[in-house]
Write a protein that binds this ligand. Structure first.
Ligand code: OOB
Length: 538
């Protein structure tokens, strides 16, 4: 190894709660943490499967050998821009080959990508940059009608400490003459990346995942889902989301030398055409997208016979929809119940139909510890609903730099309190039956009501607001804002005005903008005087 010895000490990042030493030692002994970084993972596949296709988007196709070369070049460019080991870098890119190059370019430097969703706007990006003390913000000039350069300009103005990097599109070259030497490289125990939590609070929580723990979940996911170098995955959902990235996702495909097709948009027309064109074998979908595929006329014109299995998760999949997959799409179904904080459950190849259609699977690891407890924290028997808590070899012990949140999101013995209500059966399979966290799951997209409420409260004519999820056949839930105007006689602001306010003045991501506004003069309250969100959500 050529790196100077002083750089081989573990990365110390304030605000990260590490796994206890003895527990970490056990995870290594049991062969879960094998001492591999994301760069090692790619390097191995580049050497084992050099000529196989790695990634395809609407503009470019790269083999693993080409991807390996591009990653080295991009890493040099990023180093020249001052990015190095331990730096947080907010990555804001759509599903393109550039995303993969940048992510691995950063891994190569030991820098930590913070994976924003392409749908995020200035409001969210600003929070990620500030919350991680980011060194840089990486994005593209524009995609279709959306200008990302505007966000970059605003960030540069507001937070001068953040360097903004606009990635040249496609085959255009970077402008640097000579890349600078790099500042060290990552160790497998280092934090590799920061994922975003679905969120229950006014500010987003960030999830520090180490190379060791993340890649353990990736390799096991690939094994459980039986993918290999002949597999072709369609990335229809945002590639930066934990599900598409790691369960088994982009990283799983890279682990086995398979190919990833990056869809420019998730519509069934686009996706089913890509399935036919590239003989796609696997795809990760949220339930509403699966329903859109099932109900699309494109299904009858596109040849989808290459499909082997669909991975469906992110939100509860109704059993009636699950049952339609094998007969109507000619492939198998795998239910995936996961969370960016760690724990991922899969139904398994060979499970009986009832298990596949009605459960959300069982954990990846024999060392995923599962506790299902009542409101007092007492374990409930199998077959009865309770709060899911978990601890294990790829579940975080704390959010990044969030001591206050950590106090109520983790138990004193290190279990993550998921906020999901589940029923466990005697075999260990879980069924998600509800939620106790203040979060809206809009077809797999997670929205924190507190965040939306804060943005609306910034409007001068609003006295108070309460945001809740209401049941919806297609999306599972939709977002409804109950609004009390300052002037109870006024007819404004209207719903249209509030939408415009959120979009253009607050600059929030479109998926967080309420689907419905209800104007009221008071909120229902519970017996202790708190807003009764449960009764609003009906
Ligand atoms: C995935 O990750 P996140 O972090 O966006 O959201 C996690 C939450 C879970 O706590 C649960 O409330 C919900 O999303 N969820 C499901 C589910 N999968 C996730 N609820 C019911 N049924 C399911 N199958 O969403 C995620 C991460 C990795 C793999 C798959 C999904």
């Amino acid at each position: 190894m050529s790196a100077p010895a002083k750089e081989l000490v573990p990365l110390r990042l304030d605000g990260v709660i590490a796994y206890p030493e003895d527990v970490a030692a056990q995870y290594r002994e049991r062969g879960y943490w094998i001492g591999q970084t994301h760069s090692d993972l790619l390097a191995k596949t580049v050497s084992d499967h050099a000529d196989r296709v790695a990634v395809i988007d609407s503009v470019r196709t790269l083999t693993y050998a080409q991807l390996g070369e591009r990653v080295q070049l991009v890493a040099g460019e990023l180093a020249w821009r001052g990015i190095g080991r331990g730096d947080r870098v907010v990555v804001h890119l759509p599903n393109t080959v550039e995303f993969v190059e940048i992510a691995f370019g950063l891994f190569e430097l030991g820098a930590l990508p913070v994976f924003a969703l392409a749908a995020h706007r200035l409001a969210e990006i600003r929070q990620f940059c500030a919350g991680t003390s980011a060194r840089a913000y990486v994005t593209v000039d524009r995609v279709g009608l959306t200008s990302y350069r505007d966000i970059a300009d605003d960030i540069a103005r507001e937070i001068p400490a953040v360097a903004t990097v606009l990635v040249p599109a496609g085959d255009e070259s970077w402008t640097t003459a000579a890349p600078l030497p790099r500042r060290g490289r990552a160790l497998p125990s280092d934090v590799a990346l920061l994922q975003l939590s679905g969120g229950t609070t006014g500010t987003p929580k960030l999830i520090p995942r180490t190379h060791d723990d993340y890649l353990y979940s990736v390799r096991e996911s690939a094994r459980i889902c039986a993918i290999d170098e002949r597999s072709v995955m369609l990335a229809a959902l945002p590639i930066s989301h934990n599900f598409t990235m790691s369960s088994p996702g982009l990283l799983g495909m890279i682990a086995v030398g398979g190919s990833v097709i990056l869809a420019p948009d998730p519509s069934p027309d686009t996706c089913l055409r890509l399935v036919e064109q590239h003989s796609v074998t696997h795809a990760a979908l949220v339930p509403p997208l699966l329903m859109a595929w099932l109900n699309s006329s494109a299904r009858h014109t596109a040849d989808t016979s290459s499909l082997v299995s669909l991975w469906v998760g992110g939100a509860k999949l109704p059993a009636e929809v699950a049952r339609r997959v094998p007969p109507e799409l000619g492939c198998s179904l795998t239910q995936v119940f996961g969370m960016a904080e760690g724990l991922v459950n899969y139904t398994r190849v060979g499970d009986d139909d009832r298990t596949v259609f009605t459960t959300q699977g069982r954990p990846i690891s024999p060392d995923d510890e599962i506790r299902v407890v009542d409101d007092n924290g007492t374990p409930v028997p199998d077959g009865e609903p309770g709060h899911l808590q978990t601890r294990g070899p790829y579940t975080i012990r704390g959010y990044f730099d969030a001591p206050e949140h950590n106090r109520h999101s983790f138990t004193h013995d290190g279990f993550y309190i998921t906020g999901d209500i589940v029923i466990r059966d005697s075999r260990g399979y879980l069924q998600v039956v509800g939620r106790s966290k203040d979060q809206i799951n809009r077809g797999g997209e997670k929205v924190a009501p507190a965040m939306v409420e804060n943005h609306l409260l910034a409007h001068g004519a609003i006295h108070d607001v309460s945001v809740v999820g209401i049941p919806d056949d297609a999306l599972g839930e939709r977002i409804c804002a109950f609004v009390i105007r300052r002037d109870p006689e006024a007819q404004t602001p209207s719903a249209a005005q509030l939408r415009a306010f959120l979009r253009t003045e607050r600059q929030v991501a479109a998926y967080t903008i309420p689907d419905m506004f209800e104007f009221v003069t008071e909120f229902p309250t519970t017996s202790v005087g708190k807003i009764d969100k449960k009764s609003q959500g009906k």
